[in-house]
Design a protein. Structure first.
Length: 334
């Protein structure tokens, strides 16, 4: 570190900041220190730093055990993006419930095995936020807290905007009877996405009554069939798994997605390109989510008294063959 400081013409504390808290340095100073680090091939001794600072340089991440009928593809992608962005080690552990997850938090903290946690799958009245907050444990969540007690830093993707973009895409193609296939009420994420569909339809003066069906995965095929019986020309699904159910319901009727009825999904899961036809789907910027999570955690570890930070990121739409055909319907009244 002393050699790096001499070459960069800075103090050793500046080199330490460049490694641990780069946001504290001016860009030109950081660039000079990084150039010296690269030239000298300097690598900090992680174990020694951890012992001295009583830090593990490790983030804890709970991976929920797979649930039948549900895809974990989004969280798998997020985990890979987080590992690439972290600059910390990741300790991944499997849990089956919120209670078990909190028990593991307590165990890992007592063992000084982690410095902070990354949460996902947030829900209303999520007990993890308050538990970590009350113990002054640094954490960041991928997902809003969805409750009045807004503890902690979080990064989320604006699901309402994502569904709004998908619905606008279908309206621009001439669709007027656009059904929504969603999750049962009470899910913060699902309710948020439903809001995007309703807001867009009402803005265009299009009908929403009777065009919103909700279901758990095992009943989604029947819910999609109910929408088809109401003469929708397009279905917006709040997940790719629900969009698959819409495909099944269409084929049960001898219809083809994208040719007879348009279908869109959400998450742009790896299988969407492999479907026939390929599925139009909302894309979450998971790499950016992971980078923001790590940035917030670094800032929180450096200064635990910082105000909580919340960041809502816009998604995009990947257009494929399933969002055809172009419909030419007369505008329907509400």
């Amino acid at each position: 570190m002393a050699d790096v400081a001499r070459l960069a013409e800075v103090g050793k504390q500046t080199v330490s900041n460049a490694l641990n808290n780069p946001e504290l340095l001016r860009p030109e100073t950081l660039a000079r220190v990084n150039a010296a680090i690269k030239e000298l091939g300097y690598r900090p001794h992680t174990a020694a730093r951890s012992l001295r600072r009583r830090e593990s340089r490790t983030l804890g991440y709970a991976l929920e055990r797979s649930v039948a009928g549900r895809s974990n593809a989004v969280y798998d992608r997020f985990l890979h993006a987080l590992a690439a962005a972290a600059g910390y080690r990741l300790m991944v552990f499997s849990v089956g419930s919120r209670e078990e997850e909190i028990e593991r938090y307590d165990e890992l903290l007592r063992e000084r095995a982690v410095d902070a946690f990354v949460l996902d799958r947030t829900s209303e009245d999520d007990p993890r936020h308050r538990w970590l907050h009350d113990r002054s444990v640094p954490f960041v969540a991928f997902g809003r807290s969805w409750s009045g007690d807004d503890f902690g830093d979080w990064v989320d993707v604006d699901g309402a905007v994502g569904i709004e973009v998908a619905t606008e895409h279908l309206i621009s193609a001439g669709h007027r009877r656009i059904g929504l296939l969603g999750w049962p009420a009470g899910s913060g994420t699902g309710d948020d996405r439903t809001t995007g569909w309703r807001r867009t339809m009402e803005r265009h003066g299009l009908p929403v009554r009777g065009l919103h069906e909700t279901a758990l995965p095992e009943a989604a095929r029947q819910a999609a069939d109910t929408l088809l019986s109401r003469d929708v020309t397009a279905i917006v699904a709040v997940s790719d798994a629900l969009a698959l159910s819409a495909y099944d319901a269409l084929r049960d009727r001898g219809l083809r997605p994208g040719a007879d009825v348009a279908v869109t999904g959400f998450d742009n899961s790896p299988f969407t390109e492999l479907l026939d036809p390929a599925l139009t789907s909302v894309e979450q910027p998971l790499e950016q989510v992971a980078e923001e999570c790590v940035r917030m955690l670094r800032a929180r570890i450096a200064d635990p008294l910082l105000p909580y930070e919340h960041r809502l990121l816009p998604p995009g739409l990947v257009v494929r063959a399933s969002s055809g055909p172009t419909a030419v319907d007369a505008p329907a009244s509400t």
